[in-house]
Design a protein around this ligand. Sequence first.
Ligand code: ATP
Ligand code: MG
Length: 410
Amino acid sequence: MLYSKLFGKTSKTSKQYDTKNAALLEQAGFVRQLMAGVYTYLPLGLRVLNKIAAIVRQGMNEVDGQEILMPILHPADIWKQSGGWDNVDVLFKLKSRADKDYALGQSEEEVVTPLIKDLVTSYKDLPIKPYQIHWKYRDELRAKSGIMRGREFLMKDMYGWFKDQNQFDVFYEQIKGKYLDIYKKVGLTAKVTEASGGAFSKKISYEFMVLTDAGEDNILYCEDCDYCVNQEIAKDKGSSCPKCKNKSLKPAKASEVGNIFDLGNKYQESFNLSFLDQDGKKQLGVMGCYGLGISRLMGVIVEKYNDEKGIIWPEIVAPYQFHLLHIGKDENVIAKANALYKQLLDRNIEIMYDDRDISAGEKLADSDLIGIPTRILISAKTLLQDSVEIKKRDEEKSSLIKISDFLKTI
Ligand code: ATP
Ligand code: MG
């Protein structure tokens, strides 16, 4: 990508931001706010979002999820049938010209359960785990913290049906592990917290929490083991860890990046769904839902990976791996930089090239703000030694490396 041609560059704003992800993602040209909680993802931002989505997709396929794409626009009657029309406070409701009621998907149990009813009849077909990666709409009272709490946001939502509690529980453990892997891959440590089932059920649900002051959840956790609990349901505040008994629990702010629920048979009952067991008897089975906030995850990554100069993307989600720039107006320098850019493109290297004719200071500041992991700098000085200067965004030191060697090692 030539930076001179990129749609959505860095900008200085006088806007007040409540969090780092809100400020940095907008100033660095990744997103643009349309209104509170609703964002456009510009080319750089979309690359990051897609990379996170791809990691999540791979993880879901590894646990035998099957990707589908469900509608966002829902008829009101499915929400009336589940009771959500009157009980789900964040549900966006709309009316058509013909005075019909509709809802926007805030979650998709109401769509997927009738779908299973249509397509799956026998226990033999269980477990079955369709999932999608799609936008969700929620009438949040306070949209805040940049892309961390949106009224429109990207979620991975998987739904699972199991023939019995045992089959459900086996998968519950499997997906819990897979979620932790996914967070780790993108550079985050998530704590599994026990929480109540909320509006859905009286059963235990698990939330995946990443410690950050930009988060809205209050948790208590143990520094010696992995015990963690949402303060909403903690009975043991201040006392020692119920699991390892070593230390007293520590309070912290966290952001919920995922949530898995045991839904029991609530939706089977609402939609009159059952499966035939080996004796031809109708059974309700057990249903679960497994959400993961993809756009929120992107915000949390920025909250964790930044410094006073800008974002520091972990390689695996970075929009590009290399940020090439030349300094000075020397024609030979520009020609060498152009040539190197072409050579790297030919090798399918993900590279952004700042080819603008602006000051060195501005270019360096922009590259720090954007946060691509490795900077390649060419100047008259580096060319004296047929070299480029390589600097990692998260390190202070830089090193000179011969262009020929650089091309060999890459
Ligand atoms: P929260 O307590 O933060 O409102 P939730 O319990 O309502 O979350 P779920 O309905 O379980 O969330 O949704 C699954 C995941 O989607 C959450 O774990 C979170 O990562 C993400 N998510 C939920 N609401 C939002 C939002 N308004 N903006 C961005 N991501 C969200
Ligand atoms: Mg919520």
